[in-house]
Design a protein around this ligand. Structure first.
Ligand code: NBP
Length: 488
């Protein structure tokens, strides 16, 4: 081979193969490697036939075939596999070479890898890539972070292969140092869990509460997609409800077992929120909803024991239409809360790790290519442009208007679902969050009193400055010693 490669890709499963083809389309000479050689051969003989993509049968060969500084994209299973490749590559690469981990790695692993490789002069980038197979092939949303010295070297490549928003801007921009890119991708995935759960709850309300057919619901989702809810996930929901199995003509959705899988990024988002003390209630409920769904056999038994029966909403067609519109409004309001909570978590992380995240830019990067792409992200970008430090996205004018305007419908839907026994964890948690967040006087003084009563944990007083702590001998036979104040 006379000309050296401009990018190496390790890992030729669905994402790696499509990213190779995407890079090739953009004129980059790609060298491809996979642990199992037959996968490389099949790729070169199959999808990559007729392209300039070249295979490498070892890491040494891959490294030797690349121009300096070498740019190697890892698209392998997250975890130990990434460490193994990073360690092996670090023995072969030169100073200034770049490893980009495009998988769903945990951001704390990325922080560690950036630091470890920096000591060897190798630049590590942790890039969240969203969009699945189609995104990888035609243009994903890319969230790169890590060693900032790598950005000028990889910017052109990553922006060339990324999706473009309607205004032509690439859906790829530098997120920040350390694990910032993978953190933002993790929150993106958490938001994806939330959106999917909300849509599923709306669908179940229509199916079991309003007794609508799949065809009717497909039409409704298609119409919703022409409103503020315009998004990829709403669009594919309509397509899913329309899809019939070829042999039987039955709707495939009705033949899919109701036990949701998960690969961990939603759980990580919830765990990180708990660690940081951020009330990310909706996404966490969405993760737990998947956990409940996975208990299929137990649920079937419990449904029998409890003789569970859902009484549908009654009414004429105009009344049912009114319920559908209320549901749309409840879905939009709940979605706003989910994104607002996600941005609260990113703000906390940005402050904790000094990442200096640019929220307008993040919303823009998600406008195309990724699973959560939606019209609504432009409104988020606008809100953060007007007020970059706004603590709660829901307070920005457009979002506040939607929350207040849709409040009545939102309450009616949640109340009705509780009344008829339909589970609605995400929409319910969303309105409860807003009720809590907008409540100037919560019952937490009772919790403080109880803590002080049984454990001398102390409390602050409304008539004294914040930060002064008091203890009372509530029962008359407690001591004067109070417990130390700290946060676990
Ligand atoms: P997978 O996550 O299924 O990983 C498959 C790749 O990892 C193959 O190249 C496989 O090599 C390699 N691999 C495994 Br598994 N174990 C290995 C080991 N012990 N040593 C060396 N290589 C090993 O592929 P994917 O679905 O394309 O995803 C790649 C990354 O992108 C993941 O981190 C994923 O979470 C992330 N991601 C996926 C999607 C999606 O829609 N699939 C979207 C966004 C991000 P082999 O062929 O030899 O087994």
């Amino acid at each position: 081979m006379r000309e050296k490669g401009e990018a190496g890709v390790i890992g030729l499963a669905v994402m790696g193969q499509n990213l190779c083809l995407n890079m090739n389309d953009h004129g980059y000479k790609v060298i491809a490697f996979n642990r199992t050689w037959s996968t490389v051969e099949n790729f070169l003989k199959g999808p990559a036939k007729g392209t300039a993509i070249v295979g490498a049968d070892s890491l040494t060969s891959l490294v030797n075939k690349l121009k300096r500084p070498r740019k190697i994209l890892l698209m392998v299973r997250a975890g130990e596999v990434v460490d193994t490749f990073v360690n092996n590559l670090s023995l072969l690469l030169d100073e200034g070479d770049i490893i980009i981990d495009g998988g769903n790695s945990n951001y704390e692993d990325t922080v560690r890898r950036v630091d470890m490789l920096e000591k060897k002069g190798i630049l590590f980038v942790g890039a969240g890539i969203s969009g699945g197979e189609e995104g990888a092939r035609r243009g994903p949303s890319i969230m790169p972070g890590g060693n900032p010295k790598a950005w000028p070297e990889v910017k052109e490549l990553l922006q060339d292969i990324s999706a473009r928003a309607e205004d032509g801007e690439p859906c790829c921009d530098w997120v920040g140092p350390g694990g910032a890119g993978h953190f933002v991708k993790m929150v993106h995935n958490g938001i994806e869990y939330g959106d999917m759960q909300l849509i599923s709850e709306a669908w179940q309300f229509m199916r079991d509460g309003l007794k609508l057919t799949n065809d009717e619901m497909a039409d409704i989702f298609r119409k919703w997609n022409e409103t503020e809810l315009d998004s990829y996930l709403i669009e594919i929901t309509a397509d899913i409800l329309n899809y019939r199995e070829k042999e039987s003509g039955e709707h495939l959705i009705d033949n899919i077992l109701d036990a949701a899988g998960q690969k961990g990024t939603g759980k990580w988002t919830g765990m990180d929120a708990l660690d940081k003390g951020i009330p990310l209630t909706l996404i966490t409920e969405a993760v737990f909803a998947r956990c409940i769904s996975a208990l299929k056999e137990e649920r079937v038994d419990a449904a029998r024991i409890f003789e569970k029966k859902i009484e549908p909403v009654t009414g004429d067609s105009d009344q049912i239409k009114a319920w559908v519109e209320m549901l749309r409004e409840a879905l939009l309001a709940s979605k706003i809360i989910s994104y607002a909570q996600g941005f609260m978590l990113m703000r906390e992380a940005s402050e904790t790790y000094n990442w200096n995240l640019n929220y307008t830019q993040l919303a823009k990067v998600w406008r195309a290519g990724c699973i959560i792409r939606s019209a609504f992200l432009s409104d988020i970008a606008e809100a953060f442009t007007s007020e970059p430090d706004i603590p709660f996205l829901g307070s920005a004018p457009w979002f506040r208007k939607q929350l207040l305007g849709n409040m009545d419908s939102w309450r009616k839907i949640v109340v009705k679902s509780v009344e008829i026994g339909l589970p609605m964890p995400a929409m319910t948690s969303a309105i409860t969050f807003l009720d809590g967040y907008t409540c100037a006087s919560l019952p937490a003084n009772m919790i403080q009193a109880q803590r002080d009563f049984f454990g001398a944990h102390t409390f602050e007083r409304v008539d004294k400055p914040r930060g002064e702590f008091f203890h009372t001998d509530w029962s008359g036979h407690g001591g004067k010693t109070s417990s130390t104040t700290y946060e676990a």
